[in-house]
Design a protein around this ligand. Structure first.
Ligand SMILES: [Zn+2]
Ligand SMILES: [Zn+2]
Length: 302
């Protein structure tokens, strides 16, 4: 898990890996299983009053995470240590897993839930045998999975900045956490906005929400905006006139998301706004497409 302190990165530098992580989750879990995570870990379950015993309290919160992820036979053994990182977990065959938390959490108890959300997610993904190559991408997968499956809002809420201190947990930027939480809200209709205790966390959530809304307004989706529709119509005309070039037209913006393929009939390929799996549909005006991976029904105007 990422360190605390230092310069905090903002924006969406990892958004492509985040999207790939959401797709990978749906592929590995199926959309039926993803949908069983409709309820997030509620704030009351991870509250840690100062007069609670430290070790009993940490165990209690770890059990909240274990229960949330339905790992009934897994036991988390937690200790504290002075270290650079926020936490660490030894990934073994189980059923006992050893988690170390940074000793600073002894006096910053409110963020223990966030640290454990990340570490226990490592165990969950390990058991699913789901990983991304490379530490950076694998940590992004872990944070994304934690946020998407309902425990990771705590990681964003642990992001705080003031004139005297700053803290951020996890590898995603605050805005990227907000983006994943908004994507989750899109599927489950959940509004976690009132749960934020950190004003900076809330602002990042709002930013991520706006970004997630943009995914829902890309052509050929029927809800796309006027300017992008106009560009889409132009690209489509070009694809028809130059069938060989297809989607390879250099003037199609890299961020456009869609690409034309084939000639009779012409088809368009675009990312599902929910799970980012590629969907291919024929170019023939209004139609309804169902994403084969997440099951979302999409109104399209191709
Ligand atoms: Zn980690
Ligand atoms: Zn989908």
């Amino acid at each position: 898990m990422a360190t605390t302190g230092g310069e905090i990165q903002h924006g969406y530098p990892h958004v492509e890996t985040v999207r790939a992580a959401i797709t990978a989750l749906y592929r590995r879990l199926s959309h039926d299983t993803v949908r069983t995570f409709a309820l997030s870990v509620p704030p009351a379950d991870v509250a840690f009053p100062d007069d609670d015993d430290l070790y009993l309290g940490v165990q209690r919160i770890a059990r909240v995470m274990v229960r949330h992820l339905r790992l009934p036979d897994a036991r988390m053994i937690i200790s504290f240590r002075d270290m650079e990182h926020a936490g660490n977990v030894e990934l073994t065959a189980g059923p006992e897993y050893f988690i170390e938390l940074n000793a600073r959490f002894k006096t910053h108890r409110r963020d223990i839930g966030a640290a454990l959300a990340h570490e226990v997610m490592h165990v969950y993904l390990h058991r699913l045998d789901l990983s991304f190559p490379g530490t950076r991408d694998n940590e992004i997968l872990t944070d994304t999975a934690a946020a998407y499956l309902g425990a990771g809002w705590l990681l964003l809420d642990a992001y705080r900045e003031s004139s005297v201190s700053r803290q951020k947990l996890g590898y995603l930027t605050p805005e990227e956490f907000g983006y994943v939480l908004a994507k989750r809200g899109q599927v489950f209709g959940e509004d976690i906005a009132p749960w934020f205790t950190s004003p900076q966390g809330y602002d990042a959530y709002a930013d991520g929400l706006a970004r997630a809304r943009r995914d829902e307004r890309q052509p050929p989706l029927a809800g796309s905006g006027w300017a992008s529709r106009r560009r889409y119509a132009k690209d489509r005309r070009h694809a028809r006139e130059h069938p060989r070039a297809g989607g390879a037209r250099p003037s199609v913006e890299p961020g456009a998301g869609y690409a034309f393929e084939g000639r009779a009939p012409l088809q368009v390929r675009f990312p599902c706004p929910v799970c980012h799996q590629r969907i291919r549909v024929p170019v023939r005006g209004r139609l309804r497409a169902r994403c084969g991976l997440c099951g979302t029904v999409l109104e399209c105007d191709t």
